[in-house]
Structure formats: structure tokens, C-alpha cells
Design a protein around this ligand. Sequence first.
Ligand code: FES
Ligand code: MG
Length: 566
Amino acid sequence: MRSAQWYSGDDRNSYIHRAWMRRGLPADALTGQRPQIAIANTASDLTPCNSHLDEVAEHVKRGVWEAGGVPHNLPVVSIGETQVRPTAMLWRNMAAMAAEEMFRANPVDGVVLLGGCDKTIPALLMAAASVDLPALVVPGGPMLTGTFRGTPLGCGTDVWRLSEEVRAGTLSEQAFLDSESSMIRSRGHCNTMGTASTMAIMAEALGMTIPGTAGIPAPDSRLLVRAHEAGKLAVRLVDEGVRPSRVISAGSFRNAIVALAATGGSTNAVVHLLAIAGRVGVPLNLQDFDDLGSDVPLLVDLQPAGRHLMEDLHRAGGLAAVLREVADLLDPDALTVTGRPFVEHLAEAEIWDREVIRPRETPLQPAAGIAVLRGNLAPDGAIIKPAAASPHLLRHRGRALVFDSIEDFHARVDDPELDVDADSVLILRGCGPKGYPGMPEVSNMPLPAKLLHLGVRDMVRICDGRMSGTAYGTVVLHVAPEAAAGGPLDRVRTGDWVTLDVPGRTLHVEADLDAREPSEAFRAALARPRRGWERLYVQTVMGADTGADLDFLIGASGDAVSRESH
Ligand code: FES
Ligand code: MG
């Protein structure tokens, strides 16, 4: 047992480690014989989507005790997607680094990872991979469906939709504000197929949850049963030495990419999976998302790509029912924390509502995965989610309208004099990992008000930032290299002709970019943090095409600690 390095023996240091931990624990809890399980808990009042995780942790504890282990609540860095500025993504790597270090530094043998809101599960998986202690995830679950004026409200997605209706003049401001109290009906994370739901599904597809856990609504008592089982399983993983490096393989990422496409999952999963792969040491690159995912049918009719919400997906059979339809596309050998192949857990699954989960024969879209685009605007690649785009814009040529920052965009977008029409291509730059910094979710720029009034509801938009997993539109994201790292986006000008060809996988501008310099306005808008985390981040963050991790965090260091503390 790893914790025996702290607790066994009768010298001064083991005395210190034990004595300060006793506080009512039975004497045999700290002899170095029983697995010490940390519950990495992202509960926080300022991460509202995770605020119920203390109760989930209590049920994990029960399971750990029952199986003979000793549980320890370990609060870790928590990030509330809707609360923190300038963007939650700025701290994903910090949360991952802090959790990794605390897992390693403490006398623990295994970890149960409690996350929910967007960045929390990716950060915990990155941490667990780099320390490589036995681990599994209990996702906090989505909230229940709220309704407004008799219609279900999708978190995020309907905020974007309703706010555009206000700008278009088809919804009153008062009605918009009235909907606010109906948006968040219960505990849990966003109920759309946004990033939180997607990353819970990714964790399960990677083999890192008890199968059937992702998507159980947060208030559903069955989630607490799963938490209890996860506590028991954590003890078994320690006994059997099952580490993330034994569970997560190239096949696991194949399964995750297929699941991402079949469920219409968030584009943010691309940067998160690439970052997790970098930690595990599995070769995965941007092109794999297109190669493995783009021909996978979209089977789940959930917002933002469709109509329903997470509660409906769970009722309809959940992830297993979806993936059973495409089981032939999955890796037959990729494991789960149960020790059995992932595909084995699909055998019993059934679709209970064919409106929510479509059978393979009648998909919502025949080929729905992420498309990876390249060209002189994105030599290292950019992505688009065709499932959330307008079919008529997937092949498009239009004149660029360039914004040097999100502030520049907001200042000009609703100007009646703005030279823009429905065919214009809106370009926003300086929003990559280094540029903002932190790669915010600003790529789905709101449309110019004067076009909204004309009934325009989608336009081609291009950005080196991200887009909320709850958003939709014909938006080219994650352009790499980013403008702030010298990517060609920094030299495109208003008026240039831009061609997007999603079927052909190209993104091209008709201009000799090499002959140009970036504009002064663009340079002036770039972030230049002088100290602290932002400075470290800007100096060391890598491109979106490799997962936007910090360059010195790639890979794993294992769980060894070389020196005593006293
Ligand atoms: Fe937390 Fe959407 S804001 S999951
Ligand atoms: Mg988000």
C-alpha cells in the first residue's frame, strides 16, 4: 500500500502522520494496511453546478468504508463555468496541476473524482492520468428540465436563442428576464448536450466511470447508489493495482470520439481529450477526430443539435443505448474500471424512446462528427461541428469582416452603418489560449442586429477561440496556430474573400498573407500579463490543436514522492 510509506512503522515520522490524522478514526485505519481513498471534491458554492457534490461524497465514503478502505474528502480547485472571468478555461490546467500535486503529496492510494461543470472532469482526469493512481469518476449529473411558458428550457442553448430573439425584436425584454427564474430547476450541471454532459459521457466512454453512470440526473437517488458503488470499486482498484494507464488506451479514445459524434457532443471535448491523451501518453491528434468520428451518425436528439434534454436521454436508455447502435465502430478491447471491455456493458441496453435516441437506420444526421479543416487560414487545423451548423453554409464564399478583439466586436456589431450582409464572414481573432488569454467561448459571435431584423439566423464565423458546448451555428473554431502565436488569422483583413468548404475540409483566404504584417490594433489588443498564473499560462500554453495544455505538464510523473516532510 502506497500509504504505508506514511503510516506503517514506529518511528517519529509515522507517528506524526498518524497522530494528526486520528481524530476519531479507529486505530486500524492508519496502519498502512487499508486503502486510503481521496475523494477529489469540486463542490463549491461558487461552482453552482457542483454544489451538491458534498452529498455525493458522503455516499462515496459509505462505499469506501464498506469495502474496508478509509475515505478522505479532498476539496480541490473548482471552476464555475458561468461565474469566473475571463474564462474558466484559463484555470483548467491550474486545477489539473493542483489536483495532481495534492494527489501525489498526500498519503492516498486511490482517488474518486467528483466533477460536473465543464472544466472539472477534464482537469481531474488530466491530474489522475499524470499521477497515475487508481482512479474513477463519479459525474455529478445534469439538472432536471425547467419549463418557461410551457416549453422546456435548455441551459445555455435557450439563453443564446432567447437573447437573440430579444435583439431581433421577437421577444420582449421582460419575457426574457422572466425566463431567468425557470432556467435552473434543480441541482446539477447544464441539461443540454453541452460540455459538462459531454465530458461525463467522455469519462464513461474512456472507461473511467462505472458504466451507466454518466447522465443520471443530479437529483436522482440512483446517482447516490452509484457513488456508493464507486467508493467500493475504488478500494478494489487499489487492491488490484488498476491505474488509469491500464484503463485508458488508444481504443478508449476511439470510443470517446465515436460517442462524441453519436451524441452530438460539445466541440470543447476536442481540446479536453487531446489534453488527457497527452497526459496518458496515448498518441491522439486533431485529425483523429475527423478520421474516427466524422462518419458516425448523430443518434441523439438533444439541444443544441436537436430538441430534447439530458433527463430525456436518461429516460430513453442513456449512453449505453446510443452506443449499442454503433457498437461495431467501437474498440472491442478497450477496458473500463470494472475490468471488463467497454462494449460488454452495452449488451443489455435498449432504446425506450426512439424520438430521443434514434436507431442506426434512421439517424438525425448520417455523418455528424467534428470536421477538421485546413488551409492558409488554419495550417495546423480548425474544427467545425456540422451537426450544429446550417447546411446551406457548409460551402460558402464571402467577404471577411474582421474584429481584433471581442471588445472591438461588441463596439461595432450593432452599428447600423456596419458594412455587412448575410454572406459576410465574421472573423474574430486574438481569442486563442495565449491571446485572450485562456481561449474563451466567444467564437459564436452574436449576429449583427440589422441582419437579425432581416431574418438572418446564421452566418459563417471564424475564430481562434472556443464556443460553448451549448451553442450552435456555422462556426469555425480553434483555428491553429492562433493569431497571438503568429497564426495567419492575424493578417486577414476586412474585405478579403474567404472560402469555407466543409465537405472538402478547407478554409482558405484569397490573399498573400506572407506579404502582410499584423495590424497595430490587433497587436495592441493582445494580453501581456506581467505576473502570476496568467503570465505562466501565456508563456507555456500550447495550441488548441494539441489540447492547450501547458508544455511542461504533458506526460506523467507517477505517484512517487522522494522525500519525507520532517
Ligand atoms: Fe456548469 Fe453549464 S455552467 S455545466
Ligand atoms: Mg462552457
